[in-house]
Design a protein around this ligand. Structure first.
Ligand SMILES: [Mn+2]
Length: 384
């Protein structure tokens, strides 16, 4: 018998209890493919055991920042008591969870990101990266952790159809999150993509119809993933989530069409920004890192731009949107040039930061940008 993810049983029991006692349930998930699919799977599972989720919320990363942000706290203030479940975020929200506790929420964190100095004081924390988690599942995307959780919740009542439907989403988000395709990730991807062509989920069917079934199965599923990642959250709502939970074929077609157009436009912008960064690099002396920002760049494009540049230069890459007073950005690097460990040494300058060694994010006051850059250069220079 494999060792289970720490606190998985506790989270399952707590969610079942909330359903039984008719507690209000709120899901708060990250706005990317991994967070959105996690939310869909957990919500549908809760419905399946006779409960309902009162609110499913997604942060606007562009305007309000990653994780449980300030606007979310304002919005949530009068929504307690409730069971508040975070998905694909939360592990870095020590202060915010303290506030949520004081508002009267019971908080469950489901995340897979690296632990910073302290674990938030939530009722239950499920994160394979945490101390004393003896499971092998360090490599799962959040959707994989969520899949394990719903297996625990549904046990014998997990029908083949529901399982396949969840596997389709798990496959897409596992690929999207770029976690290693090993162990259960490999199984999720194989089984999920196999099931995709027979999907009964109108949102995914719409993509197959628009993009062409054969096309999608021979690699075009990347287009579905980038389309799902192209949605933006507004007022805590997210179009990709709306698409995946829609049961109306026409709505689904419109939403999918719209997301495909968005991702095509984003691709053009990503290329433009990458070229601009390369132009700037050619004009200055080289550093251990790439560190570039601009008021005109949207922070949601920072991740993909950083990915492109990291793959070309193999240097830890920090790309950010420079706001009026603060900047927020994304980082791409490699396991051995751990970006989270690097930012730990700069935490005095950072408002927030977190993520994975290879993919992370940060928010910083503009006046601290230079100190941040210098300290990062120091860190990576000393590493070599
Ligand atoms: Mn994730």
């Amino acid at each position: 018998m494999k060792v289970k993810i720490k606190n998985l049983r506790e989270a399952s029991d707590r969610i079942k209890k909330a359903v039984k006692d008719n507690e209000r349930i709120i899901i708060y998930a990250d706005s990317d493919c991994d967070g959105i699919t996690s939310a869909v799977i957990l919500e549908e599972t809760i419905k399946n055991i006779g409960g309902k989720v009162d609110l499913v919320l997604f942060p606007n990363r562009e305007d309000d920042g990653y994780g449980v942000n300030k606007r979310a706290l304002e919005f949530l203030r009068d929504k307690s008591p409730a069971l508040f479940i975070t998905l694909d975020l939360g592990i870095s929200n020590v202060r915010e969870v303290e506030l949520l506790n004081s508002y009267g929420f019971s908080v469950i964190i489901i995340d897979h990101h690296q632990i910073l100095d302290r674990i938030p004081d939530a009722e239950i924390v499920v994160d394979p990266q945490q101390k004393y988690d003896e499971s092998e599942y360090k490599y799962l995307a959040n959707v994989g952790v969520t899949f394990k959780l719903v297996e625990e919740i549904l046990v014998g009542d997990f029908s083949v159809n529901l399982r396949n439907s969840f596997l389709e989403l798990t496959a897409l988000a596992t690929i999207s999150d770029m976690v290693p395709q090993i162990g259960d990730n490999k199984i999720f991807i194989e089984d999920g993509l196999r099931s995709l062509k027979n999907t009964f989920r109108p949102g995914l069917r719409a993509f197959l119809d628009i993009l062409g079934e054969g096309e999608v199965l021979s690699g075009g599923f990347y287009k579905i993933i980038s389309s799902l990642n192209a949605a933006e959250s507004k007022d805590f709502k997210n179009e990709s989530y709306n698409l995946l939970v829609s049961f109306r074929q026409n709505d689904a077609m419109d939403l999918a069409q719209n997301l495909i157009a968005k991702t095509n436009y984003k691709q053009i912008k990503i290329k433009e920004i990458s070229e601009e960064v390369e132009r700037r690099l050619s004009q200055k002396k080289t550093e251990a890192i790439i560190f570039e920002g601009d008021p005109a760049w949207r922070s949601i494009l920072a991740g993909p731009v950083a990915s492109i540049l990291f793959s070309r230069y193999s240097k830890p890459t920090f790309i950010f949107k420079k706001g009026d007073t603060e900047s927020s950005g994304s980082v791409r690097s490699s396991e051995d040039k751990n970006s989270v460990e690097a930012m730990k040494t700069c935490s005095e300058f950072l408002i927030t930061y977190g993520g994975h060694p290879q993919a992370s994010g940060f928010r910083v006051k503009n006046e601290d940008l230079n100190k941040f850059r210098e300290k990062l250069n120091d860190y990576f220079n000393n590493l070599i």
